[in-house]
Design a protein around this ligand. Sequence first.
Ligand code: PEP
Length: 262
Amino acid sequence: MNKKYRKTIIAGNWKMNLLPSEVKPFTEELRSSMPRVKTCETVLCVPFTHISALRRALKDNRIAVGAQDVSTYEKGAYTGEIAGDMLNDLGVRYCIVGHSERREYHGEDNFTVGRKALAALENGIHPIICVGETLEQRERGITMEHISCQLISALSFIPDDKVRQCVIAYEPIWAIGTGKTATPEEAQEVCSFIRRIMRERYGARLARSVSILYGGSMKSSNAKELLSMPDIDGGLIGGASLKPNEFIQIIDAVAQVTGEER
Ligand code: PEP
């Protein structure tokens, strides 16, 4: 399928790492040698406490600001929660929802993930909806069944006219933070399956314009191979996004794949 209809997105997920005071030196290093790749949207999903510092440090729109979670609630007595309009007010453009770590450590189910995706969309923020199977599910041969259940449940909360603003991230849990990457073929198989679901539910036009990312130990040494796959439109990157030089090389891999000057 032709990739020209959709954006390539390289999104870093800092998780609970680095300090707000480290944002400025990090972004200075990143911006000083980051290639300008027109076809690539670069995003940094940082902890809530780092968002303002990141916005200040970025100065222009070369890198978009992302968050790692959003409340399902709009406002009110929800101690500790962060609402979608608060994120929007800070200039957040992307928000990860349903990361496997939130599903595992915070008990988030498909229902919550769908409501979070909707909360982001209602505030003009692109949700990056994460789906992925455990090693046990893969070995039992139920990967596709599991992915389809996670995806369809989340999408059922989203009005059809907002689906095109969603980004889907396929993140096999066994590959996150383990150094074990899915092979490009394994990742492609699931990403193509996700696109098929999108096509069956929303039609070919929408399916070809939705960006599907791969996440799970993506790094400079494997990014080019993964990004060359026809249905992989970028990466959600944990560990390697904490090292400016690694992250830059992943963005550079996009330029190599698209054959873009940089
Ligand atoms: C992630 O946090 O979404 C992720 C893919 O982490 P890592 O790249 O470290 O595996």
